[in-house]
Design a binder for this molecule. Sequence first.
Ligand SMILES: NC(=O)c1ccc[n+]([C@@H]2O[C@H](COP(=O)([O-])OP(=O)(O)OC[C@H]3O[C@@H](n4cnc5c(N)ncnc54)[C@H](O)[C@@H]3O)[C@@H](O)[C@H]2O)c1
Length: 437
Amino acid sequence: MSIATDSEPKQPLRVVVVGMGVRSMIYTRVALTNPELLEIVGVVDIDAKRRNYARITFGFPAENCFSTVDELIAVPKFADAVINGTMDRLHVSTSLPLLRHGYDMLLEKPFALNEDEAQELLACVAETKRTVMVCHVLRYAPFYQRFKQVIENGEIGKVINIRMSAQVNYFHESVSFVRGKYASAEICGSGMLLTKCSHDLDLMAWLMGNNKPRRISSVGSMFQFVPENAPEGAGTRCLTDCPADVERNCPYSARRLYIENPQRWADNVWHDSNISRPETDEDKAAILSGEDNPYGACAYRCKTDIVDHQSVLIEYADGATGTFSMTGGASISKRRVHVTGTRGEVYGTFENGRFTISSIVPGAPEGRVKHVVDVTEAQEGCHHGGGDREVILDFIAYLRGEPTSPGKTLLEDSVTGHRIVFLAEKSRMSNGTMQDW
Ligand SMILES: NC(=O)c1ccc[n+]([C@@H]2O[C@H](COP(=O)([O-])OP(=O)(O)OC[C@H]3O[C@@H](n4cnc5c(N)ncnc54)[C@H](O)[C@@H]3O)[C@@H](O)[C@H]2O)c1
């Protein structure tokens, strides 16, 4: 990118999208709303439909469409950066050649599947001196930004304990982690703690600042989605062999979720099956009835090989403690956080857009003073509390040498949260054994 003088307007960041899927579509909207900030100049995707979508939407020439990263790096670098929105398993293998070819990168989380991959990526960034920013979008949401300020300003004293939880509602859980593209460690490359909750453990790491974990343990299992829990008399597929009285009473009925209530994440079914949204209910039923279609299968018989609930316990270097619990299959999705310090507490629920600060005030009538911080207006109607847009704006600002967010998520800032997950998984797989940092 050319550096502008004070009198000259800055150029938009020129970006090639690698993996033109759902996430990249969200980030690249900025090129449409703010062309002065971002220009999409090329695409890499194995799927011709997605390449065409990008070319038509952003109006770049056909010669800037590539099927693989190898094809892109076979031509001289022609953009400032890439957005890497490929699936988890491809993050490191696609990033290494792109960084070596000189591209800076906005990279989706998880940035690596395990410690070895993380080390490989970190070494490559050190060697190439390129920038990698990780899409930990929640750090940019006003709720967590303000929450972090409260802790950093010392309003609750020194942190003694941090409790966090994430519950995933039953239709998100089933479409993504039971029937969908994250249900198999073999396909996705990891389990639910990394793919879903690397955000939460990143937030915990960020809120704890320079206080690093000393040791970690974790337990979890597949509790709900096993054949023994299928309703009595249930079939193997909701639309073909499940008796109507059983299907009507099952929370995971594919007919109820994806045909009768499409707002319950049915679009993921069509997108992740790589088909356009079917026009009629009959078309949807025919697709879901297909013998190999995972979204029409009984949720209890999907042979999902990841956990649906997991808890993590962390002891920090200064003796503070942290816990995190993830539960899939809840009635509603919620992320809760409660931090207790030596001078008070701060706690709230992200989706409610409000948190409470309760301070120890010995002279006050109740011995404490409470007040509520409300960010509902700032987060209203924004997915991830607006973090999806803020992260790409921050990436652009960083590369243009402009002021950035105090919570920015460069690769080095994102390592601790991922490492907590890697050690938690190691612990879970060794029966909850404590793992040293
Ligand atoms: N930050 C967040 O909050 C958040 C939320 C959801 C998902 N994610 C992560 O975002 C990533 C993308 O998820 P998604 O839902 O957009 O996936 P997606 O399946 O919609 O998109 C992936 C794209 O990559 C393309 N692709 C596949 N192989 C490729 C290759 N070898 N080279 C180039 N392109 C290739 C696919 O054709 C597809 O267009 C995942 O890692 C996921 O875990 C992040």
